[in-house]
Design a protein around this ligand. Structure first.
Ligand code: 5RP
Length: 215
């Protein structure tokens, strides 16, 4: 089983705060994510800024796109994104359209799993060529007290068995990672625990240490 990668989700409102975080974190993480919040606040130009600064890093644009797959994918892939996200309730046509643009740029599309989705839909995602999903405990669910549990682990395991590369996110801290032990996670994605840490680079090293300990 390969070691999970570490991804920082930049969910800041302002570009200087995002760049302060990447200065501390780019060398410590495997993937830079332009978080949904930053996409809303600043637009796709931040993808181009990060690509210019970090030409070799995987950059994810977390659009959680729901429609206009061709157009929104073109916006972020033409600015240098490696991956983008589409929300799981989007029409298959949107997923296919975004994926076609992604492939044109040698990139990929990840399906963001929020709210209600089914394994029947997941079979269809595989059929249309999607291989990456993000298993998500939403921020609002976290605030409402939802904890990681066996039901999450069973779904993540099943998605991996179906052939998906599964990334995991949602209010993660290094001590949370142990419960995912034994599951082939592609990336652990952390936002606040990294960019809001007093020492973000040390926080990233703590995540990496947990990954190395359990995988
Ligand atoms: C919210 C997101 C976040 O980027 C993701 O959950 C990681 O952030 P945090 O670790 O702060 O929860 O996609 O919709």
């Amino acid at each position: 089983m390969s070691k999970p990668m570490l991804q920082v989700a930049l969910d800041t409102l302002e570009i200087p705060a995002a760049l302060k975080a990447t200065r501390a974190l780019a060398a410590e993480v495997d993937v830079l994510e332009v978080g949904t919040i930053l996409c809303y606040a600043q637009g796709a130009k931040i993808v181009a800024i990060l690509r210019a600064l970090y030409p070799d890093q995987i950059i994810l644009a977390d659009l959680k796109a729901a429609d206009a797959g061709t157009t929104v994918a073109e916006i972020v892939f033409s600015q240098g994104a490696t991956w983008m996200t589409v929300i799981c309730c989007a029409p298959y046509a949107t997923m296919e359209a975004a994926l076609a643009v992604a492939k044109k740029y040698q990139g990929d599309v990840q399906i963001e799993l929020y709210g209600d989705w089914t394994f029947e839909q997941a079979e269809k995602w595989l059929e249309i060529g999607l291989t990456q999903v993000i298993y998500h405990r939403g921020r609002d669910a976290e605030f409402a007290g939802q904890k990681w549990g066996e039901a999450d682990l069973a779904k993540i395991r099943k998605l991996a068995e179906m052939g998906f590369e599964v990334s995991v996110t949602g209010g993660l801290n290094p001590q949370d990672l142990e419960i995912f032990k034994g599951i082939p996670v592609k990336c652990f994605i952390a936002g606040r625990a990294l960019y809001q840490a007093d020492d973000p680079a040390q926080a990233a090293r703590d995540f990496k240490q947990a990954i190395n300990q359990h995988w």
